[in-house]
Design a protein. Structure first.
Length: 587
């Protein structure tokens, strides 16, 4: 079904010309709304390109989805044959006929019946067609194929006149008509006139390139409106026809600033601790055996753990093989398959051409509506196309995914060949983030190194990390610098052990020195204590002598004072006696 965006575009660009939607996936986008309403459209091409199926699907989709009854006039196949041919596509023509939604009429053309007295007359066809249209109120009409009406007619004037009558009859009835025609050698149709009187001409092509078949559709002309002019691949499968628009010509896609985890915490730290932007495109490239599929599987596993749908397109391994291999590193993808969050689409690149692969991917994504998509690996597509063809396909795919805000991760195999290097470089310019995984061989050992070549719109580490795959999953080990540069694997472990041993010895040596220092400290403290005791003893003796001297001085002073006192008393007594004696003498 056409998207809402296509519908809005249709209203903006085709307001001057009424259009009838076909209901065919992609065709309404290319025609910007559908086929011209009330006008005839010529669908031409060689045998087996899908003209009858396209016109029949136009009738069925109109009856089922747009409530527009349709008439299908077949000149080659009977109604029961047509019903059998399209039953595998899910179209029940008999049921639609019983419901009066469509009418299929087989008309056997015998030139002698419509040619009278040397003149060519389609009046009988007009009467029958008019009845069929009026009987169900048809809005859509198909005539398949027009060559049967004019086979053997050589008079170009009569042919042109009858063609104009036929096309004018359909316009007068106001029906939107498809007329199919076989392709001529040098013209679009065998008669070379139908394309000139048709308002819209669609050319179908079925070509074989390198033993790979591809169907393409091109709108040769469309009067009164804009339309896509490129060749567009289309796919015929169990759902009918799906046409793939090439790409948008304008770089006006919406972007998101939301970020989510890659599934490897250490890688998220390298990406400014935030992971990738939602809706971005990521390339993981590396040589064989470096773990590209494991990174992609971890990316899917993390998305499913967040409750988001993920679609894994595998071009190298089967789903069962991928699920089994991921169990060995601690990831159970089967639980996500069982829950409906993870869906695998596995096919060999040689199954289709590049364009058909693109159509199939488009269709699978539109049906499942995932938030995350993985393609593993894109370099296998080189087997069915050139480097430029693969790049062109991926441009269209990335454009489509960005339009739908779907995050995609590609894996690419890098080899020492020009082709693969060109593929890596060509794709890397398209993506938003590029992770490189390289082999690091040294000391007879092979290890992995991962680094970020680019990541648009965010800061990221410029250092190499050792990429380790273990039973517990994926991890990135911080950069370890040894005497001779970056060390990985056993060399890193050996250097770490060596440094750890040196650290232990250093710690032991420091311990010995600490204990020796402690002993010396205790000895010195003991000596200090002894000297302090000796000092205190000496100080005490000195204090004792000082006290004794002070006491002696005090005693002497006391004695001196006593003697002084005694001497003073004796002198006074003597004086008294002398006075007495003097008194007696006077008497």
């Amino acid at each position: 079904m056409p998207s809402k965006k296509a519908s809005s575009t249709s209203k903006q660009l085709s307001h001057e010309l009424p259009k009838t939607p076909t209901g065919i996936i992609g065709l309404d986008e290319i025609t910007v709304g559908g086929l011209p309403t009330g006008r005839p459209t010529l669908v031409c091409g060689s045998a087996g390109c899908g003209k009858t199926l396209l016109s029949l699907e136009f009738i069925v989709r109109g009856a089922q989805e747009y409530n527009e009854p349709g008439v299908f006039i077949a000149f080659e196949e009977k109604a029961d044959e047509l019903a059998t041919n399209v039953a595998s596509l899910g179209f029940d023509l008999q049921k639609l006929q019983d419901q009066k939604k469509i009418k299929i009429d087989y008309i056997h053309i015998d030139r002698s019946e419509i040619e009278e007295t040397g003149e060519y007359d389609l009046e009988g066809l007009f009467i029958r067609l008019n009845y069929a249209i009026d009987s169900i109120g048809a809005k859509r009409v198909v005539l398949d194929t027009i060559e049967n009406l004019f086979s053997g007619l050589t008079n170009q004037a009569i042919l042109r006149a009858e063609l104009r009558r036929l096309f004018q009859f359909l316009k007068d009835k106001g029906v939107t008509a498809i007329i199919t025609g076989e392709r001529g050698e040098k013209t679009l149709t065998r008669q070379g006139l139908e394309e000139y009187v048709s308002d819209c001409v669609i050319l179908l092509d079925h070509r074989i390139i390198n033993q790979i078949s591809t169907r393409r559709l091109r709108i040769v002309k469309y009067r009164g409106t804009l339309h896509g002019t490129n060749e567009y691949p289309f796919l015929i499968d169990e759902d009918g026809i799906s046409v793939l628009p090439v790409t948008s010509l304008k770089l006006n896609k919406a972007v998101s600033s939301d970020r989510f985890s890659s599934g490897i915490p250490a890688l998220d730290k390298m990406l400014s601790k935030g992971g990738f932007y939602r809706g971005s495109s990521i390339l993981v490239s590396g040589t064989a055996g470096t773990g590209k599929t494991s990174v992609a599987a971890s990316f899917c596993n993390e998305a499913c753990n967040r409750g988001e749908k993920c679609m894994f397109f595998a071009f190298e391994e089967s789903p069962a093989q991928i699920i089994r291999n991921m169990r060995s590193i601690g990831m159970d993808l089967q639980q996500h398959v069982d829950s409906g969050l993870l869906q695998f689409y596995a096919s060999r690149p040689t199954l289709y051409g590049l364009e058909m692969h693109l159509v199939a991917i488009h269709k699978a994504i539109r049906r499942f509506k995932p938030q995350v998509v993985v393609l593993d690996p894109i370099t296998n597509l080189i087997t069915v196309g050139s480097v430029s063809d693969v790049k062109s396909m991926l441009v269209r795919l990335i454009d489509f995914l960005q339009e739908e805000q779907i995050t995609v991760m590609f894996t690419a195999l890098s080899l020492n060949t020009v082709v693969n290097e060109q593929t890596d470089e060509g794709v890397s310019s398209l993506v938003d983030a590029w992770l490189m995984i390289r082999d690091i061989e040294m000391n007879g050992e092979r290890n992995r190194g991962l680094y970020i070549m680019k990541s648009r719109g965010m800061k990221h580490s410029n250092q190499v990390r050792e990429f380790v795959i273990s039973d517990n999953g994926l991890d990135l080990i911080d950069v370890y610098l040894g005497p001779d540069g970056i060390l990985t694997g056993s060399a890193r472990e050996a250097q770490m052990l060596l440094e750890e041993t040196g650290q232990v010895l250093q710690t032991h040596a420091v311990g010995v020195k600490d204990r020796e220092l402690l002993r010396k400290r205790k000895v010195l403290e003991s000596k200090i204590e002894s000297l302090r005791s000796e000092f205190e003893s000496t100080e005490e003796e000195l204090n004792k002598a000082y006290v004794e001297n002070a006491i002696k001085k005090e005693v002497l002073e006391q004695n001196r004072q006593k003697l002084t006192t005694l001497r003073g008393k004796n002198i006074s007594d003597a004086d008294s006696e002398d006075e007495i004696k003097k008194t007696k003498k006077k008497k």
